[in-house]
Design a protein around this ligand. Structure first.
Ligand SMILES: Cc1cc2nc3c(=O)[nH]c(=O)nc-3n(C[C@H](O)[C@H](O)[C@H](O)COP(=O)(O)O)c2cc1C
Length: 199
């Protein structure tokens, strides 16, 4: 059985919602086990509360060492000035031991994001990919066979690099049905790819 991990960071819940859709998509492929986890918050609790972070997230906190146990890892991270947030960077910076042992070489890696306005929609994912390449991962995006990618009837996030949602400048916009379809497609696409791997 192939194992897919969806691991995310979310301050306000947009990426959490997108991550659940990615899981839903991956579960459409028979014989694939899918786990959902999140990375640890590193902002002090009182500051996170003041900033109205969504602290009640059910997903278990991931230990970086578990990445070695999966065939594919799909990372979700909102943008921070066009890059991943410190929480995800902190998580990835704890994977030096895995890197030294080449534990992630040949595994599939994929990334999705969320932005306030769309600024950083692609750069957040593209810059994230650099870390995956250093780990020797096979980087997978969101192909144009996903029909919603070419739907321009409404404003939406997402690109061939990966699914994304637009949270709005004040964060009040929830991921749309179209954006959730992109996330589902990406989950299914990654799971389908790993399910074809030998052994
Ligand atoms: C410090 C900081 C920097 C941000 N930088 C950007 C940015 O470069 N572009 C953008 O569109 N949104 C930016 N945002 C908005 C976040 O990306 C948005 O809140 C996030 O996508 C919501 O996802 P979440 O609910 O999963 O936390 C920023 C937010 C913060 C707090």
């Amino acid at each position: 059985m192939k194992k897919v991990l969806v691991v995310y960071y979310s301050s306000y819940g947009h990426i959490e919602t997108m991550a659940k859709a990615v899981v839903e998509g991956a579960l459409q492929i028979p014989g694939v086990q899918v786990d959902l986890k999140r990375v640890a918050e590193i902002v002090p609790k009182e500051i996170a509360e003041k900033a109205h972070f969504k602290l009640d997230q059910a997903a278990e906190i991931a230990d970086p060492a578990i990445l070695a146990n999966y065939d594919a890892i799909i990372f979700g991270a909102p943008t921070r000035f066009g890059n991943m947030p410190a929480q995800m960077r902190n998580f990835l910076d704890q994977t030096g031991g895995l890197w030294a042992q080449g534990k992630l070489i040949g595994k599939v890696g994929s990334v999705f994001t969320s932005t306030g306005t769309g600024g950083g929609n692609e750069t957040t994912i593209q810059s994230f990919h650099t870390t995956l390449f250093h780990h020797g991962m096979i980087v997978v995006g969101l192909p144009y066979s996903c029909p919603e990618l070419t739907n321009i009837a409404e404003v939406h996030g997402g690109s061939p690099l990966g699914a994304a949602c637009i949270a709005g400048p004040d964060g009040s916009r929830a991921p749309s049905a179209l954006e959730l379809s992109l996330a589902k497609f990406q989950g299914k696409h990654v799971a389908e790819i790993v399910s074809k791997f030998q052994q």
